[in-house]
Design a protein around this ligand. Sequence first.
Ligand code: AMP
Length: 361
Amino acid sequence: MSPPRFPLPPGATIGILGGGQLGRMLAAAAARLGFDVAVLERDADSPAGRVAAHTLVAAYDDAEALKALAGLADVVTFEFENVPAAAVEALSGLGVEVAPGARVLAVAQDRVHEKTFLNGEGVATVAFAAAADAAQAAEAVARIGAPCLMKTRREGYDGKGQRWVEHAADAGRIFEALGGKPVIVEAPADFVRELSIIAARGRDGSTAVYPLAENHHENGVLRRSMAPARASAALTDQAERIAVKILGGLDYVGVIGVELFEMKDGRLLVNEIAPRVHNTGHWTQDGCEVDQFEQHIRAVAGWPLGPTRAIARVEMLNLLGEDVEAWPRFAAEPETRVHLYGKRQAKPGRKMGHVNRVKPL
Ligand code: AMP
């Protein structure tokens, strides 16, 4: 009889699809637990590749590279939810488990599937309608009512692939401006705050939730998170129930980020789920007992989940583009922990790093 695969012992290799900053921080956490990491990434000089034991430089759907990854890795995870489903299927066919799995990707890659799944689990979202052509887009806007948001169903991130529709008459034009691809039309959420909750589920079905973070965006991109967010016990309880429902409904293994709108009446609506470690969870690196990166590695490796209690109050600031040049100032602040991603070029708006300003609880 072959020995049980999980928990993976130290010395095992964890594969990561994607070589960005999330992969880099996952790789660092994995190394701390004694694992090797193999990264599959198109860019030969990626943030994660430079800290991983193995890097395979290829597209996610490159059959040879997937075979090589399957040969190296005992389990595979991803740092990026737009990994093609075919890559996950190919890895499964080669006998390597991908966590979280293919179903999770199918739900998270499509905004209509995502909201349909959430509502099916009894988790509230804004009202929405799907449209696949300009005429349907006009109908969807008429049904939801302008002003409303039109977003591409797939591949939008950081506010890209979405536009406000101020007047119903603009629906067709905006549909075309978004590329003429299938869209979702969403009712506007009149929220008082944007919050998020990071949570994890282990291979044994156990769950762990982190304290809420309060998030501030600029031009659709996260600028700043404050955590633990000021929140009543009832609000915290509501968020935790939502996270646990989602994790259970997806039979999830790993860390998930759940973006929430806090409404005036105290209800929480889910904006979207990220089936991976999440930018609004970076504060946990310096604010919690076990951070989201180690937690994800623990979960996919079949280790027990770690404690998620806050040990500090953190203000997390994203360093976008040239913000990163202020690193000497941040490094000189005793209360500030600097996390840089090793990206060679600071393009405007590019996530170059973040800092966690740490204060006592
Ligand atoms: P998303 O790409 O869906 O995460 O949206 C990016 C940001 O746009 C969110 O963090 C919100 O600030 C805003 N947003 C998205 N959807 C809505 C909505 N239905 N109503 C109001 N604001 C929204």
